[in-house]
Design a protein around this ligand. Sequence first.
Ligand code: HEM
Length: 145
Amino acid sequence: MPSTLPAPTGVASSETRANTSRALPSHDSTRRIALAHQLVARVLLGGIALQLFFAGLGVFGITTFLPHVIWGTLVVLASLALPLLAWRGHLKPALVRRSWLLVGLMLLQGLLIDIGHVVPVVSALHPVNAMLLVLVTYGLASQTL
Ligand code: HEM
């Protein structure tokens, strides 16, 4: 006679439960990561507002564009946290996609300036893309959890 009986169908053994909890994040951890994702998106939105202010300082000749270039680089790098959080936290696929879209638009933002050195009219798309960045970041920051 076997010393241990198999678990009845539909009831997870302790080993199965342990494996399942490792494979799928608990509801609590998903919610915590979703909250962190929203917080990062809100901070990023604030960072973008500051970036627009730095652009204004440059446009009106109050400072050079250096603060805008430095802060812009930090904002672009910080945006990478969003898709990483969304992916690691197994957040909704739409949220993961929109987070990657934001990173793509951020990279494009710098690229538009670089391409503009060769084809000047392209740099005029830099402020247009800034508007898209605000829209997408606002969408992520105002996500209902
Ligand atoms: C979300 C908003 C924005 C972000 C994240 C952003 C980001 C950047 C970054 C990363 C650069 C450096 C690019 C490079 O050197 O490769 C840059 C340069 C520049 N940006 Fe923006 N930008 C934003 C909005 C704006 C707006 C609204 C304007 C115009 C009113 C503007 C005007 C410029 C100019 C003129 C440069 C070139 C500065 C120079 O090379 O001396 N930016 N921006």
